[in-house]
Design a protein. Sequence first.
Length: 306
Amino acid sequence: MKLFRPALLLALLPLLSACAGSPESLAKDLQAAFEKGDIDAVLALAQLDGTPSDLRYFLMDQVIDCGATETVCTAVAAPLDDDFKKSLTGLAEQGLEAAAMPEGLIMLQIKQADGQGSGKAQMPYAKVNGKYRLVAQRYTAAKLAEMRATTNQQILDTMLAAGIYDSAAGERRTDWKDTATALPADGGEPGQVLVRTSTALHAAVVANDPDAAVKSGDGFAQMVLGDKDYNGKPVAIELRKAKLRAQSMRFLHDVKVSGGWIRGDEAVLLVDAKDGIGWIRRGALFMSKSEGQWGISGKQLINYPQ
């Protein structure tokens, strides 16, 4: 079970808003919704305008974790601290801005019922349209313009410059493309598999069908959405549906491949797609073939509203 979220990401998450007029009421409503594991209740009170899909996923996944019977989550209102203020500076350097200036923090304490594990999250809040809400970061206009102007080839160059890990050599290689073979426009076998599995996975999301997601051919979906957990215990269908809903924020659909390169059981594809909230997500995907099945092993993508 995941009990800790990186503070940087959590600082971005808009989670709940309180219809009442105090931070304490916000904390109370937040705790109730998280303890129930009620994604709809959280989203109904959330300010998500301009929030990227990855951050929506982290929010929904945290709700699922808190709703587990072996987890206890509590929330209290607290003032802004120096560490959080410093984190805002770092986020600004990444092209992010606050939808509303934070006035304080909701401190979410996460504990396993047996006392064997714990974690915490800091979530900023502000008064928005007369109501206290947890507030998010969003991309600045300049950052959005920068991403829109970036080509897939430039994104690929960034991936290759960072190096692709060579398991045999035990190191990253920056010359991977030099020894690879160009693929046709559709990406050849790995590209065709990507389009086929992403289409099947999206159909499963639309149908709210975890079993169909597992059968889509997507290895990650098979791993996290199965009817048994890592210990072989049955997973309730409602929990699997909640996980599918959360993971769907990051799944790609309407995938279009525009070529790539292959080297043995590894491939890099240039792709244009959409994510779970309909934003454009594009760039380079690293694919690898294991036990006869192609799957996504790495990615260098950008995403922004259409």
